[in-house]
Design a binder for this molecule. Structure first.
Ligand code: ZN
Length: 428
C-alpha cells in the first residue's frame, strides 16, 4: 500500500487536455477510491490500540493532574512566567486581568490546563492592535482621561492628569531636576512636594517660574481615598463602548470630504469609476506617478511634450486635446464652460439650458469623453501604432450612442438622428 501512495503520479485536466504528469507529494488524488478504506483501516487499528492501553491502565482517560503540571513560557524566561501568573492572581481588579478572565474564564486558564489549546494568545492580538494604533498616533489614551483618586495608578510625570498634557511637557525644567521620573502620583506626593525634594533647588529664571506654576497646581490638587479611574471622553456615560471607539478611529483614518458622487447608469461602471478617480485626481498620470516616487523618463505630457502631465492637463489644458470640448459644444449647440477645468466639465450640464431628457443623454456623453481621452492617452504611450487624434470625437459620438441605446429602457434612438438632431434623438 505504501508503494501505491509513495510513487503515484497525477496530471490535471485544463480545458479538457491533460498537463504533464507530476509526483503527488501530499494528500491524495481527488476521488481516490482507496482513501475511505484507508481511513477505516487506520481508525480500527487506533481504536484497538486505545482499548488495550486502557485495559492495561497505561493511561486514565483525559484527566490532567494539576499537581504535576507546570506553566512553561515560550520565548520568555521561567521567572517571567511565574511573575505574571502571580500578578494575575494578586491583582484581581486590574483591567488586563478582567480582559483575560472574560476571554478565558475565571482562572484565566492558568488553573484549568485541560482547556489550553489555543495556538495564539488573544493578548498578542490586543497588544499588536494597540501598538498599531499608537504608531498611527491614535493611542487609546487620546480618549481616556484619568480621574485621580489616591494617585497610586497614575504616572506623575507621564500621564495626563493635571492640565491637558503630561506634566513633563508642561514643566520640562522641573522634570529635569526631579530624580524620580517613573513614580506614581501617590508616591511622588508622599516624598513631599517641596523644593528640597529636587536634585537641587530651582535657580531663578524659567526654572523658578515653572516651579511656582507647578507648585500652585499641585497645592490646589486634593487626593481622595478612591482608586484612580479612567474616564472615557467619547461617551457621555463613563462606560467604554466599542461603537464610539470605532466611530472615533474611523473619523481619524478614513477618507472624508469630497463631494457626493453621481453614478450614471447609462454608461458602464468602469466609466463611472474613472470619472470618480479623475474628480479626485487619483489617476496614474505621470505627475502623480512621479510624486509617488516611481521613476519615469519624463513627467511631461506624452501628447504635447510641453507641460507637466497632471489630471487637469490631460483632460482640460492640453493644447492637443482640449479641442474635443469645443467639438462637443458645437455638436450639442451649448457653450463650453466659462473656465474649462475637470470640475466644470463634469458639471457642464448644470450651467446649460438642456431639457431633462437631453441632460440624461448629455451626462453620459461627457463621461464617455473622459473615458475616450484617457484611452487615447494610454494607447499614445503604450501602443506601437500611435492612435489618430481625429478619431477621438468620432469615438465619443459612436460609443456614447452605443451605450445609451443598450442601457436606456425602451430606447429607439436612431444613429442618423443622433448625429443630426439631438433634441429629437434624446426623446426617442
Ligand atoms: Zn499635453
Amino acid at each position: 500500500m505504501t508503494s501505491l501512495y509513495r510513487a503515484f503520479r497525477a496530471s490535471v485536466l485544463v480545458n479538457g487536455s491533460p498537463t504533464d504528469e507530476f509526483i503527488v507529494q501530499r494528500g491524495l488524488r481527488q476521488g481516490d477510491p482507496l482513501s475511505p478504506f484507508l481511513f477505516i483501516l487506520a481508525m480500527e487499528g487506533l481504536h484497538i490500540a486505545f482499548k488495550r492501553a486502557r485495559e492495561l491502565n497505561a493511561f486514565t482517560g483525559l484527566k490532567i493532574n494539576l499537581l504535576k503540571c507546570k506553566l512553561i513560557g515560550v520565548g520568555v524566561s521561567f521567572t517571567q512566567v511565574e511573575q505574571l501568573a502571580e500578578r494575575f492572581f494578586h491583582n484581581p481588579n486590574a483591567l488586563w486581568v478582567s480582559v483575560i478572565r472574560a476571554l478565558h474564564g475565571h482562572s484565566g486558564r492558568l488553573r484549568d490546563l485541560s482547556a489550553v489549546g489555543a495556538h495564539f494568545g488573544p493578548w498578542k492580538g490586543i497588544i499588536s492592535a494597540f501598538r498599531h494604533l499608537k504608531d498611527r498616533g491614535d493611542g487609546l489614551k487620546i480618549f481616556c482621561q484619568i480621574r485621580v483618586g489616591n494617585g497610586q495608578l497614575t504616572d506623575f510625570w507621564r500621564d495626563t492628569w493635571l492640565g491637558s498634557t503630561p506634566l513633563f511637557t508642561q514643566f520640562p525644567r522641573i522634570f529635569a531636576l526631579d530624580d524620580s521620573h517613573a513614580t506614581s502620583v501617590a508616591d511622588r506626593l508622599r516624598i513631599g512636594w517641596v523644593a528640597s525634594s529636587l536634585r537641587r533647588e530651582p535657580r531663578g529664571g524659567v526654572e523658578t517660574e515653572q516651579w511656582e506654576a507647578i507648585s500652585a497646581l499641585i497645592q490646589a490638587f486634593v487626593i481622595s481615598p478612591q482608586q484612580d479611574r479612567l474616564r472615557r471622553t467619547l461617551d457621555s456615560l463613563d462606560e467604554f463602548s466599542v461603537s464610539s471607539a470605532r466611530y472615533f478611529l474611523d473619523g481619524r483614518s478614513l477618507f472624508s470630504g469630497g463631494s457626493s458622487t453621481c453614478w450614471n447608469n447609462f454608461v458602464p461602471i468602469k466609466l463611472n469609476i474613472l470619472l470618480w478617480r479623475v474628480a479626485l485626481a487619483r489617476i496614474p498620470t505621470r505627475d502623480n506617478l512621479v510624486s509617488r516616487a516611481i521613476v519615469l523618463d519624463s513627467n511631461l505630457c506624452p501628447v504635447c511634450s510641453s507641460c507637466l502631465e497632471t489630471t487637469e492637463h490631460v483632460f482640460a489644458d492640453c493644447v492637443e486635446l482640449r479641442g474635443i470640448w469645443s467639438s462637443i459644444s458645437r455638436w450639442w449647440n451649448i457653450p463650453t464652460p466659462s473656465s474649462v477645468s475637470v470640475v466644470s466639465l463634469i458639471n457642464w450640464a448644470d450651467h446649460s439650458k438642456l431639457s431633462v431628457m437631453q441632460r440624461k443623454c448629455f451626462d453620459p456623453v461627457i463621461c464617455t469623453a473622459f473615458w475616450v481621452l484617457w484611452n487615447f492617452r494610454n494607447s499614445f504611450i503604450f501602443d506601437s501604432v500611435k492612435p489618430r487624434k481625429s478619431n477621438i470625437f468620432d469615438d465619443i459620438v459612436s460609443r456614447s450612442f452605443f451605450w445609451l441605446c443598450n442601457r436606456r429602457k425602451n430606447c429607439k434612438m436612431l444613429w442618423g438622428v443622433w448625429l443630426q438632431n439631438l433634441a429629437i434623438a434624446c426623446n426617442m
